[in-house]
Each structure stands twice: as structure tokens, then as C-alpha cells.
Design a protein around this ligand. Structure first.
Ligand SMILES: Nc1ncnc2c1ncn2[C@@H]1O[C@H](COP(=O)(O)OP(=O)(O)OP(=O)(O)O)[C@@H](O)[C@H]1O
Length: 282
């Protein structure tokens, strides 16, 4: 169990996390947010790899102060890019990382099997595809078997079958462990996690279930229009989705900025609509 109370992290004048309050108990949480929202910063703080500028971090209800050793023992972080020596074999790397942290290696074979790595265990990492290297990292993170597992975009580079295997494993592991998994893939988030945390500009913009996020979405309307109508719709509200058909006509989902009767038909938002409406793009 990890608790963050008023956590702020600054890099010089840039505030990467701004007064963040979050509680993570057992279960799987998907961490969402645009590029630069603060997801990796949050994960590295929770893994004890960085120190907060202010605020209090608690592990099992105990304030950590400036000490991070308890956190490092309890948490495994799989970063976005695990730096790998291309000459080491997959098995050597996982063995090395686990021993370095004083973790048992007894689950390695099981995890290699789970992630379909049996045939590549003895091959140098430099010869493996990006998705396979990602699976090696996942095998390490899962074999470490710590009560808290933090995964920074773990499904990146995985094919649909590998993603399914990972999601199944995480769903199972989430029944006893605390797992926080950052992702840009909403369908993955919705599938694996009962709780979504959305960061925006270093702040918690949403914390709850996918159903709650959809229910909190503003009224949404859909209409068909031409290209020259888009600028005026943008002025009147927020466009969350635009699709162009083969004849050059547009179907727009948008949320009006005022109470005037909007053009278009009211539609039920999807998770993606609700997410995009939460922090509209440029
Ligand atoms: N070491 C650092 N020095 C300076 N700024 C940093 C540092 N690390 C992160 N930042 C900045 O902090 C902000 C949050 O970055 P972070 O990597 O946490 O975002 P993210 O949500 O993980 O993004 P992405 O989805 O692109 O991985 C960004 O503006 C980033 O440029």
C-alpha cells in the first residue's frame, strides 16, 4: 500500500507533479495522461528512484521521510526503456537484475514460459526484436514478485497476443498485489483496470472507474458537416473526435461551450470521448 499526500516534484522551474494525493492499495490501476503529464515521474518517485520536492510518501501507513530503502525493497519498476547490454542473454539479464536486488530467481523459468521466451532465453538481447526485449523486461518485473509492481507503458511494442497474455497475467496478479500500469492505450486500460488515474499537467484530473469517467463526460453531440464548418465548431465548443469519409464529408463529436441549443444529435460518450473531453488536445 502506497499513499501520496500533497506530492510535488519540480525539475528546476518545471513542475512535473503538482500537489498529488493518491492512495494505491491492492489491485490494478491504469495511469493515463498525455505526453509529459507526469506519469513516469510519479512511477519513479513511487519506486524510490527520485525524491519529491515536497509532500509525504507513505508505505504501509509509515511516512518514509528521505529514506527510500523500504520502498526499493517493496517495489519493482519496469521503466519504458530498460537499458540492456546487447551482449547479455535474456536469461543472464533477468538473473542479474534479480540477484542485484536480492530477489529470488525461483520464478524465472515460469515467467519465461508465460511470456513465450523459452526459445530466446540463451540469445543475446541485441539480437531480439523490440517486443521480445519488452517481454524480457516483463518476465523480470513479474519474477521479482514484489508486493508492488509499477509498469511504464508495458504493452508498447507487444503484438495483440502478447498484450493479451500480459493483461491476463496482470489481472491475476492484481488480486494480491498493487499494480500501477501507465499506458496510452485506453482499451488496454479499460480491459485490465477497475480504476483509472488520469494526470494532466502534473495534477490528478480524474481518479475512478471507466464508468465514472464516462458518466462525468460533458454533453456530447454528433453532426455531419463540411471542412469549412470545423473552425466555427471549434470556436463554439470542444471537438473530441473528427472522422472524414471517402466523399470528404466530416462526422464530428463535440461538446458545446455554452447553453445554446447545439447543432447535432445527442450521443452517449465512449470512454475515449470522455477521456479526450477531460483534456482536449491542441
Ligand atoms: N530529469 C528531468 N529534468 C527536467 N525535466 C524533466 C525531467 N524528467 C521529466 N521532466 C519533465 O517533467 C514533465 C513530466 O515528464 P514525465 O516523463 O513524467 O511525463 P510522462 O507523462 O511520463 O510522459 P510520456 O507519456 O511522454 O512518457 C515533462 O514536462 C518532462 O519534460
Amino acid at each position: 500500500m502506497i499513499d501520496l499526500h500533497g506530492i510535488t516534484k519540480r525539475h528546476g522551474t518545471l513542475t512535473a507533479l503538482d500537489n498529488v494525493d493518491l492512495h494505491f492499495g491492492p489491485g490494478l490501476v491504469a495511469l493515463l495522461g498525455r505526453n509529459g503529464a507526469g506519469k513516469s515521474t510519479l512511477l519513479s518517485l513511487m519506486a524510490g528512484l527520485a525524491l519529491e520536492t515536497s509532500g509525504v510518501l507513505e508505505l504501509e501507513n509509515r511516512s518514509l521521510g528521505r529514506r527510500r530503502s523500504a520502498l526499493r525493497a517493496a517495489v519493482t519498476l519496469l521503466p519504458q526503456d530498460l537499458s540492456l547490454d546487447p551482449r547479455a542473454t535474456a536469461a543472464e539479464l533477468v538473473d542479474y537484475l534479480l540477484r542485484l536486488r536480492g530477489r529470488s530467481v525461483h520464478r524465472v523459468a515460469e515467467m519465461f514460459e508465460l511470456f513465450g521466451l523459452g526459445t530466446v532465453a540463451r540469445r543475446p538481447l541485441g539480437e531480439l526484436s523490440g517486443g521480445t526485449r519488452q517481454r524480457v523486461g516483463l518476465a523480470y518485473a513479474c519474477a521479482a514478485d514484489t508486493p508492488i509492481l509499477l509498469l511504464d507503458e508495458p504493452t508498447q511494442g507487444l503484438d495483440p497476443w502478447e498484450r493479451l497474455t500480459l493483461m491476463r497475467h496482470l489481472a491475476e496478479a492484481g488480486s494480491t498485489k498493487t499494480i500501477v500500469c501507465s499506458t496510452h492505450i485506453l482499451s488496454d486500460a479499460e480491459q485490465i483496470a477497475s480504476r483509472l488515474v488520469v494526470l494532466h499537467d502534473g495534477r490528478v484530473a480524474f481518479d475512478g472507474s471507466a464508468e465514472k469517467l464516462i458518466a462525468a463526460a460533458p454533453p456530447l453531440y454528433e453532426l455531419r458537416c463540411e471542412h469549412h464548418d470545423l473552425a466555427s465548431l471549434r470556436e463554439q465548443g470542444t471537438i473530441v473526435r473528427v472522422a472524414r469519409d471517402e466523399h470528404g464529408h466530416y462526422t464530428v463529436r463535440w461538446t458545446p461551450g455554452d447553453d445554446r441549443p447545439p447543432p447535432g444529435t445527442a450521443v452517449e460518450p465512449t470512454l475515449q470521448d470522455a477521456y479526450l473531453a477531460l483534456h482536449p488536445g491542441p
